[in-house]
Design a protein around this ligand. Structure first.
Ligand code: NAP
Length: 272
């Protein structure tokens, strides 16, 4: 596991599509539970709400890990840096912990967006930089273009999708993966195997799914509006799935279910 994601940072609280009071209540429950890593994006339209909660939550800034993402509408030389400065102002911080490119540049010419990302780190607007939704080929290109660490590629990762090509690219490039849509927005609950396995550990189906992802070596990002689920998603560090149960779950990756595809997001790349 990437050292950046040790301890509480390997369980990040996602904020899409939350805003306003719902966001405040969910984040408050998350902070009380122990989450210290939070994930937002320019495109979520909630950075100011996230910033307000974090500024007033009583947790020292140094104990928080804030990730945001530059949207595809802000990746030109003219728009990139002003957009990051707006994000920082909204998040009420001088520097985010992790700044990601939300999507590869539509059309596939990713060089300029990567150079701008690196420049944002050089200007200390971000402590670390990384990618999201980048394919294995883009990960390899990014490794060639960017100097210094690329700490993560945040991608859709759950037991209903085989991401072996991305895992191989992660091992090759040193760019760690982290998961989003970790419970496939509820699709995993259609498969009884998770609850069956959970019965043996005294854990819920969701906790089994999340533990599988962690044991695959990825930090997890989860989102829930319910305190009970928020707590359950955090409470996944006190058991270990056996290799037999890991393999039973792995068998489901041939399902090939994707939450985020071209029907939802018009500029998705040709995923691996
Ligand atoms: N980089 C990207 O392009 C990208 C794309 C998508 C998401 N993300 C990030 O990843 C975060 C998580 O992804 P996601 O929210 O899209 O998908 P997700 O975590 O797979 O699914 C969230 C849904 O699952 C339910 N849920 C969560 N925990 C549960 C539990 N323990 N038991 C039962 N149901 C549970 C929640 O409902 P309840 O509220 O009812 O619990 C919510 O509707 C987002 O918030 C966002 O920060 C990033």
């Amino acid at each position: 596991m990437n050292i950046l994601f040790r301890n509480t940072h390997e369980r990040s609280f996602g904020t899409f599509p939350l805003k306003g009071d719902v966001l405040r209540d969910a984040m408050t429950a998350a902070i009380e539970t122990g989450y210290r890593a939070f994930d937002t994006a320019q495109m979520y339209g909630n950075e100011a709400d996230v910033g307000a909660v974090l500024a007033g939550c009583g947790v020292a800034r140094g104990d928080l890990c804030i990730t945001t993402k530059v949207g595809v509408n802000n990746i030109t030389a003219a728009t990139f840096m002003p957009s990051v400065e707006r994000s920082l102002a909204d998040l009420k911080t001088d520097q985010v912990d992790i700044l990601l490119l939300h999507w590869p540049t539509p059309g596939g010419d990713i060089r300029q967006s990567l150079e701008l990302l690196q420049a944002a780190r050089d200007k200390r607007l971000a402590r670390h930089i990384g990618l999201s939704n980048h394919t294995a080929a883009f990960m390899r290109q990014a490794r060639q273009i960017i100097e210094g660490p690329i700490v993560v590629n945040q991608v859709e990762f759950h037991p209903l999708l085989n991401q072996d090509r991305l895992l191989a690219a992660a091992a090759e490039t040193g760019i760690a993966l982290s998961s989003y849509c970790s419970v496939a927005r509820g699709e995993v609950f259609k498969y009884p195997v998770f609850a069956e396995i959970g019965a043996g550990y005294g854990k819920t189906a969701a906790q089994i799914v999340l533990r599988w992802i962690l044991q695959k070596g990825l930090p997890i990002t989860t989102m829930s509006t319910r305190a009970q689920n928020i707590r359950a998603n955090f409470d996944v560090m006190d058991f270990t799935l056996s290799s037999i149960d890991m393999a039973r779950i792995e068998a489901l990756t041939t399902t090939g279910f994707r939450v985020v595809d071209a029907a939802k997001v018009p500029y998705v790349p040709d995923f691996d």
